[in-house]
Design a protein around this ligand. Structure first.
Ligand code: ATP
Ligand code: MG
Length: 501
């Protein structure tokens, strides 16, 4: 594409944080009406560059040009005035404000200087209509699903008349249906001439959507792929700088006694259904189903986050009562939750402290002294294995990139040496290189005789990693599929409520 159509031109841009060069002399070009994806491993610098473009952070060196004019993006207002809107990786809506208030936050339309609620609601409805969201603008943002919040953020971008819309991992917590909806809205935005920068670890959607792909690695610009060059293999190779096979393929283990036996379990979320199943030593069991099937709720019941209403749970043959996560941990269970930001981490604490949190018992050499050396060793091992990008184990977790924070949560639970590991969407937001490591860790744990129960919305992951898959639909288990019979069709049949053949 000719460079005179450049709407955005980032040149020689550098951004340093204490101990990290987040961006080192990078470049990025966006043409009018173009769909550009920015990809790279966790910590590559993607979100940092987007925050600079949005006026949230300021670069140390380098220039940003919008339509040929150099702009100092010193505030969100400046950035918006140049037509740039950023939808953050961690969504940014104020949960206790209405949709309308969120859309017009800080720049409410006024008539004769007074706030006009009616106009705000009318205008909000108009923008909601443009993203196909048929919801009362008075609804509180906190009452919306993540997908709906995402669409509200886009409505907000439309309301500031964004010409450059940046989306940082918009689909990482969306259901397949919500993602489809988002892609339709994006297609519509492109019709209106909006240029888009899109960040995602889902390479299939990157390939489907992009005109061009820019790749960063460790804070450096690696290159661009255009048109036919955008293949899965080319993207992976540029991102990680080496060849890796797409999926780690799992070798079934010799299974032993039952680690977990669940009979007639009724969860708080779906009290009308009873869940019964078993997990054996050395087994990796996947839980599949559509969003809302009750998978997370089942894990929450097992781990005591939302204790079951009735039913029996046996751990290693003994009937147990689990009324809190503390009970569950004492029984050798570990849960890596889906919402890692809310449940998994203490952001102001260090990587090391977070990693050791759940395994304090193993590290305690007496009641008073903690075995700091063992903590350090375990943390360093996890950092190495999961390829967590952090200057050192003492870095504050809140300063890590989104995907690297997730790696810390995983490491924290893996370090507890659980007998039963519960994982909820373990690779969400995780880059492709680290995914392989997580699969390999699951494999190793199973080979050591642990049991792994994991929820995943990625069918390839379920098919690639599970010995057996439990499929749920609307709060109940619709069937189990053994490894030999696992196909996308057999899973979808049960996930949509079909009978077990
Ligand atoms: N406020 C900060 N203080 C210190 N370091 C930071 C800060 N923000 C980002 N970093 C570091 O800068 C690097 C780039 O982070 P960034 O969030 O841009 O990565 P990313 O490419 O978006 O990764 P992910 O795919 O995990 O979201 C990381 O090493 C991160 O830890
Ligand atoms: Mg990021």
């Amino acid at each position: 594409m000719p460079d005179q159509n450049l709407i955005l031109n980032v040149r020689n841009l550098t951004k340093r944080f204490p101990g990290v060069v987040a961006l080192n002399n990078v470049q990025l070009k966006l043409h009018e009406g173009e769909f550009l994806s920015l990809i790279g491993e966790n910590g590559a610098g993607k979100s940092t560059l987007m925050k600079i473009l949005a006026g949230v952070q300021l670069q140390d060196e380098g220039t940003v040009e919008v339509s040929g004019q150099t702009v100092r993006m010193d505030s969100v207002k400046t950035s918006q005035a140049h037509g740039v809107a950023l939808i953050h990786q961690e969504l940014n809506l104020s949960e206790n404000l209405s949709i309308a208030a969120n859309i017009f936050l800080g720049r409410e339309p006024t008539t004769t200087g007074f706030l006009n609620k009616r106009v705000i609601h009318q205008e909000a409805s108009r923008f909601l209509g443009m993203v196909g969201l048929d919801i009362d603008p008075k609804t509180l943002a906190g009452d919306l699903s993540i997908g709906q919040q995402q669409l509200v953020e886009i409505a907000k971008a439309l309301s500031i008349d964004a010409r450059i819309l940046i989306m940082d991992e918009p689909t990482s917590s969306l259901s397949a249906g919500e993602s489809e909806r988002l892609f339709e809205v994006i297609a519509d935005l492109r019709q209106r001439g909006v240029s888009i920068i899109y960040i995602s670890h889902r390479l299939a959607e990157v390939k489907m959507l992009s005109d061009r792909v820019t790749i960063f690695r460790d804070g450096e610009y690696v290159g661009d792929l255009v048109g036919d060059e955008i293949t899965h293999d080319a993207m992976v190779k540029h991102m990680v700088g080496r060849d890796i096979s797409q999926y780690y393929s799992h070798e079934p283990n010799q299974t032993g006694d039952a680690i977990l036996e669940v009979a007639n379990l009724r969860t708080q979320a779906n009290p009308d259904h009873e869940l019964s199943f078993k997990i054996m030593q050395g087994e990796i069991v996947g839980i599949s189903g559509l969003v809302g099937a009750g998978r997370t709720e089942m894990l929450d019941a097992l781990f005591g986050v939302a204790p079951a209403i009735s039913g029996t749970i046996k751990v290693q043959g003994c009937p147990v009562t689990i009324t809190s996560p503390k009970d569950a941990i004492a029984l050798g269970l570990a849960l890596v939750p889906e919402d890692r930001k809310g449940q998994g981490l203490i952001l102001p604490m260090s990587v090391k402290e977070n990693t050791s949190l759940a395994s304090l018992k193993t590290h305690a050499i007496s009641r008073i002294f903690r075995n700091s050396e063992k903590e350090s060793q375990d943390t360093d091992l996890m950092i190495k294995r999961l390829r967590t990008k952090t200057p050192n184990a003492d870095q504050v977790v809140g300063f890590l990139s989104g995907g690297n924070q997730q790696k810390v949560v995983l490491g924290k639970w893996l370090a507890t040496d659980p007998t039963l590991l519960l994982l909820d969407e373990p690779t969400r937001g995780i880059d492709i290189g680290a995914k392989q490591e997580i699969y390999q860790l699951m494999e190793e744990l199973a080979a050591q005789g642990m049991a792994v129960l994991f929820v995943s919305s990625e069918l390839e992951e379920i098919i690639g990693m599970s010995d057996r898959t439990i499929v749920m639909h609307e709060g109940r288990i619709t069937g189990e599929i053994s490894r030999e019979d696992l196909t996308e069709e057999s899973i979808m049949h049960l996930a949509t409520g079909g009978d077990h053949q």
